[in-house]
Write a protein that binds this ligand. Structure first.
Ligand code: KIV
Length: 261
């Protein structure tokens, strides 16, 4: 059963929220089967799937494509669509782009930073909004932890309160000191979902490719539950070896063939 923005707010203090990213239909299908209550189609797609150096290269067309694929894989799961770089530069542009992601299948929209007029405008149009503060990769000059100095910590505190006041129903806190995330979480009525923000957030989000061990680099605050890059390499080598030795396709296991597509 798809959860609503209100139900996520009601989960605060009751049940931790487990959020994962997805960009493709088969991954979304697996996440829904696993009972993940909320999937983020993040603009991290640009870096972990498309090979760009930054999320700034992601376009609204890319996001529509990926939101659509994820919706087809997870028809019963709440999906957050991420507004890519500069598509939230003013309220009118953000509304037009948010509607494109909703039409593609998103249930709510995430945007980075304290763009309070944009958040308020979307909420006024009945669009559920997820805020995002701390490290905001679309505008960051490095991926270092933010909020270590008193002034930066104060800015993030104030932004969090302002994002809630503007109407967001959830807030992603990325790569900030754990005690700052604890304090912000305690001071908000909406749930916080942390990534590299310690154990006291109301939920945790991981980039699924990091959790699967896909790729060559994973942020230090992520966890690899599997090592799929290694598995792909092993499968590719096995396949090539079997083609060369003419073992394949003579050794296809009948069950696998019957159970396949
Ligand atoms: O784009 C994304 O996947 C994100 C997560 C890292 C929170 O914003």
């Amino acid at each position: 059963m798809k959860l609503t923005a209100r139900e996520f707010v009601e989960m605060k203090g009751q049940r931790p929220i487990a959020m994962l990213t997805a960009y493709t239909c088969p991954v979304a299908r697996a996440l829904e089967r696993a009972g993940i209550p909320v999937i983020l189609v993040g603009d991290t797609v640009g870096m972990v799937e498309m090979g760009f150096d930054s999320t700034r290269d992601v376009t609204i067309e890319h996001m529509e494509y990926h939101v659509g694929a994820v919706r087809r894989g997870a028809p019963k799961t709440h999906i957050i669509g991420d507004l890519p770089y500069r598509t939230d530069r003013d309220p009118a542009t953000a509304l037009a782009c948010a509607r494109r992601l909703l039409d593609a299948g998103a249930d709510s929209i995430k945007l980075e930073g304290a763009k309070l007029d944009v958040i308020a405008h979307l909420v006024q149009q009945q669009i559920p909004v997820v805020g995002h503060t701390g490290l905001t990769p679309q505008t960051a000059t490095s991926f270092a932890k933010v909020g270590r100095s008193d002034s930066e910590a104060q800015r993030i505190r104030e932004e969090s309160l302002a994002i809630e006041a503007a109407g967001a129903f959830m807030l992603v806190l990325e790569h900030i000191p754990y005690d700052l995330a604890t304090e912000i979480t305690a001071g908000l009525a909406i749930p916080t979902v942390g990534i590299g923000a310690g154990p006291d957030c109301d939920g945790q989000v991981l980039v699924t490719n990091d959790a699967l061990g896909l790729g060559d680099y994973w942020p230090p605050f992520s966890k690899q539950y599997a090592h799929l890059s290694q598995s792909i390499l092993d499968v590719a080598k096995d396949f090539a070896g079997e083609v060369e030795s003419r073992e394949f396709p003579n050794n296809i296991i009948p069950f696998a063939r019957a159970g396949g597509r």
